[in-house]
Design a protein around this ligand. Structure first.
Ligand code: BOM
Length: 141
């Protein structure tokens, strides 16, 4: 659900500042991670892909080849309130997106394509949060 996704995003987004330098993601491109879900934010910058890899690694969500670690991702999402309502769907959407861009060899470029696909599909499934929903829970993390 979008409510659960707002919690996951609020928590995941905390890792952004730790990853800003090594990913080269400027604040002009993305000031706060919650804006990832904004209607007018385009998920296109290679540096955002690098940042997502770095952030995911903080929570052991990826294998060494940067593909999602399905079990760890499942457990991570389940750790949030009502997370069991979202975990299977989220892993399914991510894995489906991963398969579509498997031919892109650059890890950061592939990951930003996967993230854009995930945003699109999550919106279509009605599980994308509004930025205001993330703001409402961000102080809990
Ligand atoms: O090969 C795939 C690499 C992993 C892609 C992860 C995409 C995440 C998109 C960013 C959205 C985040 C919202 C919530 C946290 C997801 C863990």
């Amino acid at each position: 659900t979008a409510e659960v996704m707002s919690h996951v995003t609020a928590h995941f987004g905390k890792a952004l500042e730790e990853c800003r330098e090594e990913s080269g993601l400027s604040t002009e491109v993305l000031e706060e991670f919650k804006h990832f879900w904004s209607e007018d934010f385009e998920v296109v910058d290679r540096e955002l892909g690098c940042a997502i890899i770095c952030m995911s690694n903080k929570f052991s969500l990826l294998h060494d080849d940067t593909r999602i670690h399905q079990l760890n991702m499942h457990d991570y999402v389940k750790s949030f309130p009502n997370g069991e309502l979202l975990s299977a769907k989220m892993v399914e959407l991510l894995h489906n997106c991963e398969k579509q861009y498997d031919d892109i060899s650059d890890d950061c470029s592939r990951t930003v394509k996967v993230a854009a696909c995930f945003k699109r599909d999550a919106k279509n499934e009605g599980i994308a949060p509004e930025v205001a929903m993330i703001e409402a829970v961000i102080e809990r993390y």
